[in-house]
Design a protein around this ligand. Structure first.
Ligand code: NOJ
Length: 539
């Protein structure tokens, strides 16, 4: 495998609205991020994936762009953005821009023009269809609920929106659309950014008339074209969000010789608490064996070709410590165990803001606290369908995207040091106990543990390139090895809040403990609650 600089990189994801406010308007901004760059440098990250900061009506917090070439005034100015790119670079950190190219805002000038009349030159930028028998062209549903078609009175046709009706889908089959997006990418490359994250990239080549939404037949042709036209020689790293992609398809996206993307985000490991074939809100209990099977399948599947992204969280997912861990008494142990499991795998790890201090899900007392369009639409829909308020709140507490979007918890002062004003979304009340300042002061903290994991990746090739092998163990334990040359590391993790017997511990060859999340590590055949160890041997 040809070695690339981003194989060794660790990415930190920032949701700008909730990271750090600098001007007291209650909304995070670019100057806020700049003021925290030293913190990120000390953590050891190489790249920042910045969620959208473009001009946007904020129907979906920036995933509805109305101008790709400018910064939303809430976040600052283009001069602030240039300063961020520059100051990050001085600290050895590159910026990855979020390219939202499956759809725009309905307030984007392209859509405004396209809506004027059927002959407008921009009409074909979007997907318009006639109705059928005075109804929508098809039964297609939006990911946010309701029909994916919206009737446009003035021109008498429906337009497609796979997300909200304020996010009309672009028509990638129309070459000028692709060129327009390539121009956007060239513009940001010329600003000095080091990478792109592509929003829902698996949806761009949809063929609605053939009922194909994800992985359309022309998708790889378009990605190869994008590579030829923009990415070739640009020395940027790329990751595509691809919720409907399996391992075989992932190779098509990421095999280097295909010249498409460097890696994708797949979500199979994060759907294990969902009932198959239903919505993300329909919960089922987690089973560790499912996680072992899914993560291992991806580790083996992309071992020779392609590359994995490694992530537990993002701005759309609940907090991992509340999901697979224990966010009360064993918060430190479970957050560090989960970090160990993920960061010792092969791939590029992504840390979502607050994960490094073990931020948890939030349980707001009522719906008025929630801001996320997906959550609010689901509530309306399910109430209409007869679900009880309590049932819906159970789903929201477990899965709402707002779990990840509460402000970053910096310190114990009002609003957790996020803002001096009123935050756009309330701070999780547990900020008094869970915050950056506390973690920095403590010798034993989740933050310090993340620092060590990142350093291990930087220092040792085995973490980056070693072969992965799942080990057979007790059902409460996830254990695997990494091997490179004559060196083998054992990663052993207890996923329960109980002491569990672990036969493997007695069979470990002599070696040394590289890292453990308990102070005095002992190997007398049992693992303590959420204990994680990394054991190094030679073979
Ligand atoms: C995925 C993004 O991560 C999510 O936040 C957004 O709502 C949808 N794509 C639509 O852009």
């Amino acid at each position: 495998m040809k070695r690339e600089w981003w194989h060794k990189s660790v990415v930190y994801q920032i949701y700008p609205r909730s990271f750090q406010d600098s001007n007291g308007d209650g909304i995070g901004d670019l100057q806020g991020i700049i003021s925290r760059l030293d913190y990120l440098q000390a953590l050891g990250v190489d790249l920042i994936w910045l969620c959208p900061v473009y001009v946007s009506p904020n129907e979906d917090n920036g995933y509805d762009v109305s101008n790709y070439y400018d910064i939303h005034p809430e976040y600052g100015t283009m001069a602030d953005m240039e300063q961020l790119i520059d100051e990050a670079a001085q600290r050895g950190i590159g910026i990855m821009m979020d390219i939202v190219a499956n759809h725009t805002s309905d307030e984007h000038p392209w859509f405004v023009s396209a809506s004027k009349d059927r002959n407008n030159p921009f009409r074909q930028f979007y997907v318009w269809r006639d109705g059928k028998d005075n109804r929508e062209p098809s039964e297609l549903q939006s990911f946010f609920g309701g029909s994916a078609w919206e009737y446009h009175e003035q021109t008498g046709q429906y337009y497609l929106h796979l997300f909200s009706k304020k996010q009309p889908d672009l028509n990638w089959h129309y070459p000028p659309v692709r060129q327009a997006i390539y121009d956007v990418m060239r513009f940001w490359i010329s600003k000095g950014i080091r990478g792109f994250r592509f929003d829902v990239i698996d949806l761009i080549a949809k063929e609605v008339d053939n009922n194909i939404i994800a992985n359309g037949p022309l998708l790889h042709k378009y990605l190869q074209e994008m590579h030829r036209e923009v990415l070739d020689g640009a020395n940027v790293v790329t990751v595509g969000e691809a919720g409907s992609v399996d391992v075989e398809q992932a190779i098509l996206y990421t095999a280097p010789e295909r010249r498409e993307l460097n890696m994708i985000f797949s979500f199979e490991h994060l759907a294990l608490d969902e009932e198959a074939g239903k919505q993300k809100w329909d919960l089922k209990p987690l089973v560790l064996d499912d996680l072992k099977q899914v993560l291992s399948k991806w580790q083996y599947g992309l071992a020779e070709s392609g590359w994995n992204s490694l992530f537990w969280n993002n701005h759309d997912q609940p907090r991992i410590v509340s999901r697979w861990g224990n966010d009360t008494i064993y918060r430190y142990e479970s957050a560090t165990m989960l970090a160990t499991l993920l960061h010792m795998m092969k791939g590029t790890p992504y840390i979502y803001q607050g994960e490094e201090i073990g931020m948890t899900n939030v349980r707001f007392p009522d719906l008025s606290y929630y801001r996320d369009i997906e959550t609010l639409q689901m509530y309306k829909e399910r109430i209409q369908k007869g679900y009880s308020h309590e049932e819906i709140m159970t789903s929201i507490y477990a899965k709402s995207r707002d779990n990840a979007r509460t402000p970053m918890q910096w310190d114990q002062t009002d609003h957790a040091g996020f803002t001096t004003g009123t935050p756009w979304i309330a701070v999780n009340p547990n900020y008094v106990n869970i915050n950056v300042e506390k973690d920095l002061q403590a010798e034993r903290s989740i933050y310090r543990y993340y620092q060590r994991l990142i350093q291990l990746r930087k220092k040792t090739d085995i973490v980056v390139y070693g072969d992965y092998q799942l080990l057979e163990t007790e059902p409460q334990i996830y254990a695997y090895t990494r091997q490179l040359g004559k060196e083998r590391w054992y990663i052993i993790c207890n996923f329960t809040d109980k002491m569990v017997e672990c036969k493997l511990l007695n069979q470990l060859p002599t070696g040394e403990m590289i890292l453990s999340n308990y102070q005095k590590s002992f190997l007398n055949g049992s693992l303590r609650p959420y204990e994680a160890i990394i054991w190094k041997t030679r073979i």
